[in-house]
Design a protein around this ligand. Structure first.
Ligand SMILES: Nc1ncnc2c1ncn2[C@@H]1O[C@H](COP(=O)(O)OP(=O)(O)O)[C@@H](O)[C@H]1O
Ligand SMILES: C[C@@](O)(CCOP(=O)(O)O)CC(=O)O
Ligand SMILES: [Mg+2]
Length: 425
């Protein structure tokens, strides 16, 4: 099948996430609380490829551009014993079994030009796994991704690219927009990148808002009214890989199982306490005890993560500055090992002291500070018939040219752009 029946371009978007409590322990079926990051989003545009027989990847954020042609795909052995209807498989993703060994074997020759275990290899691997699962007969497509969220920073960029790839591939295959299906397939995409994801990142990126999540619980609690909590999000720019960090905790757990289980159980208790507090939290500041308790939980959660070995001197520096200035409590967020730290501020913090904190973070430590609201829209797409010719020119410019985050936001950010982002069928 070619893209003759497709209405291009396809434009989709998904947000990053912030784990407030329970990263890592969530992999071990302890509860965690996370919220989507309204303005730190990843966008995907699917257009016609120059070569009608090719699939092109254009991932400028990681400086990766690659192409496969029909000749490459013909190397994949045809499984004549396969009896299951392809649409049946698409509509019923197997999220429980490990990744398909056959599919991995088929993908390997298509990656021969790339170095194993590099960011490019991993991005191409997860793309191919999803492509061959969801729309293997589509050709003549170019997939271009642009993100305003930092990559490998603990803010869930891997989940957001899985979500947008899955959404676009399902639309390519003629499957109506369906969040449950997107969430399940993007979990499989996360497995390609992480090995053993909990599923919280893809869930938040798909549905948006905020959630209280437990891996074994099929119906996570969606937190309808997430309070506004004063915080500073610091990006240390220290690179790290989630799969390495999750693997490190797994090794420690294998070696010191009893001890680690106690730490993980404590983290679960922290999240449960936090949930209890958030349920009674009053953003207006009427209940300062709640806020103080939340700050304590941030400190405890970070300490437990340090014990699991997933902090980094760069993250500790952020914590030390916030401790020294007594502005609040800091914990790493996401997989740790670098990436981001969140500092929940004390109530009624002196603005000069806050400025001293942000100045030190920016000028002395050379880290970046992100401004973004918690919660907000999950995965969405722009129906083709709502895109005008003028819109199309602006959209193509954003995806094809080197542009600033502000320029991407002006054209694409759902809260700012006049594009008709939709999250229904
Ligand atoms: N904008 C993007 N373009 C291409 N690949 C991306 C992009 N964002 C994320 N990725 C993929 O996700 C991986 C980072 O995932 P991970 O280590 O889980 O960090 P995080 O999810 O915290 O950002 C990258 O190595 C890359 O494969
Ligand atoms: C460490 C973990 O809890 C979160 C990882 O998030 P990130 O990839 O660092 O954004 C792993 C997971 O939940 O799958
Ligand atoms: Mg990730």
């Amino acid at each position: 099948m070619t893209n003759a029946t497709l209405t291009l371009p396809i434009l989709v978007s998904a947000p990053g996430k912030l784990i407030l409590f329970g990263e890592h322990s969530v992999v071990y079926d302890k509860p965690a609380i996370a919220a989507s990051l309204a303005s730190l989003r990843t966008y995907l545009l699917v257009t016609e490829a120059n070569d009608p027989n090719s699939i092109e990847l254009n991932f400028p954020d990681i400086n990766f551009h690659h192409k496969w042609t029909t000749t490459d795909f013909e190397k994949i052995p045809h499984d004549s014993s396969a009896t299951v209807d392809q649409m049946e498989q698409i509509l019923n993703p197997d999220t429980v079994s490990p990744l398909s060994k056959t599919l991995i074997k088929n993908i390997t020759p298509l990656l021969s030009a790339l170095h194993r275990d590099t960011i490019h290899y991993n991005a191409a691997f997860s793309f191919l796994y999803l492509y061959l699962s969801l729309c293997p007969h589509q050709r003549g497509l170019n997939f271009t991704i642009k993100s305003t969220s930092p990559i490998g920073a603990g803010l869930g960029s891997s989940a957001s690219i899985s979500v947008i790839l899955v959404t676009s591939m399902l639309l390519c295959q003629g499957v109506p927009f369906n969040k449950e299906l997107i969430n399940s397939w993007s979990f499989i995409g996360e497995k390609c990148l992480h090995g053993d994801p909990s599923g919280i990142d893809n869930l938040v990126s798909t549905y948006g808002g905020a959630v209280y999540f437990k891996r074994s619980d099929p119906t996570p609690i969606i937190l309808q009214q997430f309070p506004s909590i004063p915080m500073v999000l610091t990006y240390t720019k220290i690179p790290r890989s989630t799969s390495t960090l999750v693997g490190g905790v797994r090794e420690l757990h294998d070696k010191e199982t009893k001890l680690c289980d106690l730490l993980l159980d404590s983290m679960g208790c922290v999240t449960e306490r936090a949930m209890d507090i958030l349920n009674h939290y009053d953003s207006s500041g009427a209940n300062d005890n709640c806020h103080d308790s939340l700050l304590e939980l941030v400190r405890i959660n970070h300490g437990l993560l340090v014990s699991l070995g997933v902090s980094h001197p760069g993250l500790e520096q952020v914590r030390i500055v916030s401790d020294e200035l007594r502005i609040g409590e800091t914990k790493l967020t996401g997989a740790g090992g670098g990436g981001c730290a969140m500092t929940i501020l004390k109530k009624d913090i002196d603005q000069d002291i806050l400025k001293a904190f942000t100045d030190t973070i920016r000028d002395k430590l050379q880290y970046e500070i992100f401004q973004t609201n918690l919660g907000g829209r999950g995965c969405c797409y722009v129906p083709r018939d709502t895109i005008s010719d003028g819109d199309l020119i602006r959209i193509l410019k954003v995806f094809q040219d080197p542009v600033t985050v502000q320029e991407i936001d002006a054209v694409l950010l759902p809260e700012k752009s006049h594009l008709q982002w939709s999250d229904s069928e």
